[in-house]
Design a protein around this ligand. Structure first.
Ligand code: NDP
Length: 330
């Protein structure tokens, strides 16, 4: 094991979050039961907020950033995990109240860990990351509710060229759904079709407040944008349809009426990845293993060194990142 390694630490400087690289040793890590040698981490929207300091994500600073990690167990005091196990951790407060994945080593609680399916490499696990696993939670939520089956009508994905959106499109298309992608980047139309979108719409068509009941278009939707966009999506959802809402890239408000819900039985399904119970996580990861086309995953992924995190954090908040970014922590 390496004696010293580099980590990205988010500290509080004069009341503001500030990220900087620090050389750490194993003694600097928390006293938790499982030590993981991290192979890679990733960049999600929340990481962008944390690393740029735009929002106080690290609530107990100083904390190592990174809400995801994938790697190999190198020490374990837990009967559930053994040296050599291939594991992934998503959420559970990493980089918020616990140390996260922007580090070569990390100690974690046994109950946070998901066993990585054999078919998924560390890099693929982090190409999926919280964004992709959330996309799977959303698709599973829509199906569990009974709102969508292949053939039941179009499924809309908003924030389409982002991380959640890209994985949602690929997953839905592989499962046989007809997918409409809403994006502000028409230049990414070919990319989105490559992931499996049948139709592309301009996100501007959803960003102006419309009537509470609009033409019924979507059997279901995965929304990572929120605000007026989500209100319009609810207003355009078919009778008995559902919208899985997981994000706020366009705003945390929801200027909507109850009419789609009480006149069309439309369901708004909230999706949280951070504290999601184990059964939902396992179902999401097994769906990703089964349905995600790994060629499409690779087409939506870039790998970047940890040293570029500060600039990448600014880019993701500006909506400039396409698909997913894996962070190489080695
Ligand atoms: P990305 O930045 O990769 O994707 C967000 C996408 O939203 C952008 O690519 C862009 O897509 C679109 N977008 C950005 N700004 C606006 C805007 N002002 N109005 C309309 N659309 C906009 O982020 P992620 O995919 O990682 O995350 C998406 C959202 O989901 C975030 O809000 C994040 O916090 C949330 N999230 C929530 C989770 C949970 O547990 N509930 C877990 C993971 C993510 P395009 O260019 O195609 O229009």
């Amino acid at each position: 094991m390496m004696e010293k390694f580099n980590a990205l630490v988010i500290a509080d400087v004069d009341g503001k979050p500030q990220a900087s690289f620090k050389e750490l040793g194993l003694g600097d890590l928390p006293d938790l039961d499982v030590l993981v040698e991290v192979a890679c981490s990733t960049l999600n929207y929340k990481d962008g907020l944390a690393v740029s300091g735009k929002q106080k994500i690290a609530r107990k600073p100083p904390l190592i950033g990174g809400i995801d990690l994938a790697g190999k167990v190198v020490e374990s005091a837990s009967p559930d995990w053994a040296v050599g196990d291939r594991v992934v951790v998503n959420g559970w407060g990493l980089s918020e109240v616990h140390n996260g994945g922007y580090s070569r080593y990390q100690r974690v609680k046994p109950e946070w860990i998901v066993r990585l399916p054999d078919a998924i490499s560390f890099e693929q696990a982090m190409a999926i990351g919280t964004a992709g696993y959330t996309a799977a939670l959303c698709v599973n939520a829509l199906e569990r509710w009974g709102a969508i089956t292949p053939g039941s009508g179009d499924v809309l994905v908003t924030g389409a060229a982002g991380g959640v959106g890209s994985v949602a499109i690929a997953l839905l298309a592989s499962a046989g759904y007809r997918v409409t992608a809403s994006t502000g980047r028409q230049s990414e139309a070919e990319y989105l079709r490559g992931l499996g979108a049948s139709e592309i719409i301009d996100r501007a068509t959803l960003s102006e407040k419309g009537p509470p009941l609009q033409k019924e278009r979507w059997a279901g939707a995965v929304d990572s944008v929120g605000s007026v966009t989500l209100a319009n999506v609810l207003s355009q959802t078919v009778y008995g349809g559902a919208v899985a809402a997981c994000g706020l890239a366009g705003g945390a408000d929801l200027p909507a009426t109850v009419l789609p819900h009480i006149l069309r039985g439309v369901a708004l399904l909230g999706v949280d990845s951070v504290m999601a119970p184990h059964a939902l996580r396992a179902a999401a990861w097994s769906r990703l293993e089964k349905d995600l086309d790994f060629d499409k995953l690779s087409a939506m992924t870039t790998v970047e060194p940890m040293s570029r995190l500060p600039e990448l954090a600014v880019d993701i908040l500006a909506g400039k990142i396409r698909g997913r970014v894996v962070i190489d922590v080695t």
